[in-house]
Unconditional design. Sequence first.
Length: 560
Amino acid sequence: METTKPLTNFIREIIDQDIAAGKNFNRVHTRFPPEPNGYLHIGHAKSICLNFGIARDYKGLCNLRFDDTNPETEDVEYVNSIMEDVRWLGFDWQERLYYASDYFEQLYEYALELIKKGKAFVCDQSLEEMRSFRGTITEPGKESPFRNRSVEENLDLFSWMKAGEYKEGSKVLRGKINMNHPNLLMRDPVFYRIRKASHHRTKDKWCIYPTYDYTHCISDSIEVITHSICTLEFEVHRPLYDWILNELDIHHPQQIEFARLNLSHTLLSKRKLLELVEKKHVGGWDDPRMPTLSGLRRRGYTPESIRKFCEQIGVAKADSIVDLVLLENSIREELNKTTPRVMAVLRPLKVIIDNYPEDLVEEMEAVNNPEDPSMGTRMLPFSRELYIEEEDFREEAPKQFFRLTPGREVRLRYAYFIKCVGVSKDAQGKIKEIHCTYDPATRGGDSPDGRKVKSTIHWVSSQYALNAKVRLYDTLFTQRDPNNVPEGIDFTANLNPNSLETLSSCAVEPSLKNAVTAGRYQFERMGYFSVDSIDSSSDKLVFNRIVTLRDTWAKIEKKL
């Protein structure tokens, strides 16, 4: 994987200071700790690139660890998808694949240690009662009536919880900290709860499961992590992270928070993305409209473009919304240099060249990529009957319309000048065919007499065209910030009803007969497209538009 010199940020400055001070014996050891309760999205990519990138640049290590402490929401499907996504992005955890469930025995022993120190107790309060006792930001909490149980009683109760003697919700293990603490998370937080559910790895061995806050810091310690890098919403959790490690007197990594990625017109909440999938607002986790890495991969994004995007947006301390255009530009810049150009007519309109010989087929030489001459050229069949885009013809054209219209001459890309001389319509008055003439002296697209035309349009020979299905995508949400909805209104109210348009009768040039699954192309004047990795086959071409063009080789007027 090619790398560039990393841009400095406040996290790297902290690490530089630690190394200068000889902290952690100059080691740098990070981790990427996803919960296996959904598919990774572009926001996770930022964390992956940050954690693995720091380890790479400082010649350190980065672990992949699944924080699998909630058996009711986790699944091996998510585990496998996460590993696939991390590898696809170009990172390798080598032999350092861990699970929080690997540490369940140690976590339980550490809980016993906290009980013995008088720092944890078994509480019989219900969830509602704990909430009512917690207090508010301005009001102190009230201590649980079970807070002062003896160490012996707490040890017995906790062991019986582990043995499955109690119902779910009847008891929890809580830290004994301070019910007057200004941070509500420090007001005797829950460390263990009863969950009589089968775990995807430990099966039915356990019926008590540690909470994320309790598990995460100890897992970091067990793995001897030096810098525990997490998103900004965990800043309020840091005092608890520090309290648990201090009370246990074990290796203490430094937690550092950075601003999570917020992308315009995009939701990056696994819970809400799961709702979109379950309620069939989208076709699945890998729907190309989804911000998941599997969705972006299927749409045609490359790992290089996503890594570049993550590098460009940088690492900040304050939340902000990054414009989706930055992500789109990252793939445009790459594909402009690397993808072959092809001709594809998405909404075909037939053109008949009346003065072209009916039995003649010529081969026109076309450049595969003007940005990279080494990609060479290809030959395109040219015949009497062609397809052009519907939008490239107007029977009655406004003043600023420079494409084909009766009596006007335009250039066919790589071929000839043609002039519209007539129109055929069906019984309903819809245009069926355009009749044109061509100038044989303009082969290759230039006129020997020096006359100019104002527009160049693309085409495909109708005789040799391949049929294809093409999917055009827009943003999944209409609002820049889809989370910003009035109280009582569901976030799905902002779904874009026009996020997907499927065109089933497109005409593409014959060179695409051997299009590679997941191959990427620039459809001239139309945008960048990829072969759908799931729905395409040897006898059925399906393309997904990755992104529209920013600049084109021909002037494209605004829709009139």
